[in-house]
Design a protein around this ligand. Structure first.
Ligand code: SAM
Length: 279
């Protein structure tokens, strides 16, 4: 029987082409074909490095069908690679179903590690990095996004979110409601690119910075939020979460009083909330 090939999962730059590793280039040159999310975009990257390996389109909508064809080629002895538009495949990008299918078929899947925006952001944020939670993209719908954030209010580990330019301002507003205005946070924008900025402060500081400068709403973002403290922080976060729920049915003052009683947070800490924050 033919010895199966290897599926290489290859990370590519998140902005700076200098971050393409020599090994990534060698592997992409040596495989029979490269599965790519957007063949035009990956084609440009490969052309830059003089790599002429054929590309196969694999995106969210055809991944299952393509995965079967790719696994058949791997089993027939070809080695193939998987890349995404930028960064590490499978991290908020397609590839999970292909990797699972390849592993289920007994094919070797081997990583060629490199850039990923979440790790790049964590490495410069100055927030606790020993334990963290990657939440990917928040839901696009406002109500679902707020619910997701509320559910994370008491999470003690550092939280990491991906966000796009058209939603960053709304997400920061919602984060203030869920986690409290004073929660330390970092907004990492356009990492490794010309307009890289890493803003830190409280969530309220970030809201102000983004609202006050159009440029801070452009590009690609990673939002990191410090986890809830064991103590006062957690109580205030829980108070905010309860307030948001209670204010759906009760007048704001009653909701704040009850939320303070139930959470143990000082009522003062919940007073800053606007009526609309709970909607
Ligand atoms: N697979 C990629 C990775 O490993 O980081 C992530 C792909 S996901 C579709 C794209 C999101 O990643 C962007 O919306 C942004 O949140 C984040 N991102 C990608 N590149 C970035 C960069 N240079 N600076 C900040 N965030 C970035």
């Amino acid at each position: 029987m033919q010895h199966p090939g290897t599926l290489f999962v290859v990370a590519t730059p998140i902005g700076n082409l200098g971050d393409m590793s020599p090994r990534a280039q060698d592997i992409l040159r040596s495989v029979a074909a490269i599965c790519a999310e957007d063949t035009r975009r990956s084609g440009q990257l490969l052309a830059h490095f003089g790599i002429a390996t054929p590309l196969l389109a694999m995106h969210e909508h055809n991944e299952d069908a393509i995965a079967q064809k790719i696994v058949a080629r791997l089993l027939a002895g070809e080695s193939l690679a998987l890349v995404s538009d930028a960064g590490t495949p499978l991290v908020s990008d397609p590839g999970f179903r292909l990797v699972r299918a390849a592993r289920a078929a007994g094919v070797k899947v081997s990583p060629v590690p490199g850039p990923s925006a979440l790790i790049a952001a964590l490495s410069v944020a100055g927030l606790p990095s020993d334990r963290f939670v990657f939440e990917g993209f928040l839901p696009a719908k406002a109500s679902a996004r707020r619910e997701r954030l509320q559910a994370l209010a008491g999470e003690p580990r550092t939280l990491i979110f991906y966000e796009s330019s058209h939603r960053i301002a709304d997400t920061l507003d919602d984060a203030v409601v869920a986690f409290g205005a004073l929660r330390p946070a970092v907004l990492a924008r356009e990492l490794t690119k010309l307009f890289e900025t890493v803003l830190d402060g409280t969530l309220a500081d970030l809201v102000t910075a983004v609202a006050g400068d159009d440029n801070q709403r452009k590009g690609e973002f990673v939002l990191l939020v410090q986890g809830a403290g064991e103590d006062a922080d957690a109580k205030v976060a829980e108070g905010h979460r309860l307030y948001a729920k209670l204010a759906e049915h009760l007048p704001p003052s009653t909701a704040a009083k009850l939320a303070a009683e139930l959470s143990g947070a000082p009522r003062k800490a919940l007073y800053g909330m606007k009526d609309g924050d709970a909607s």
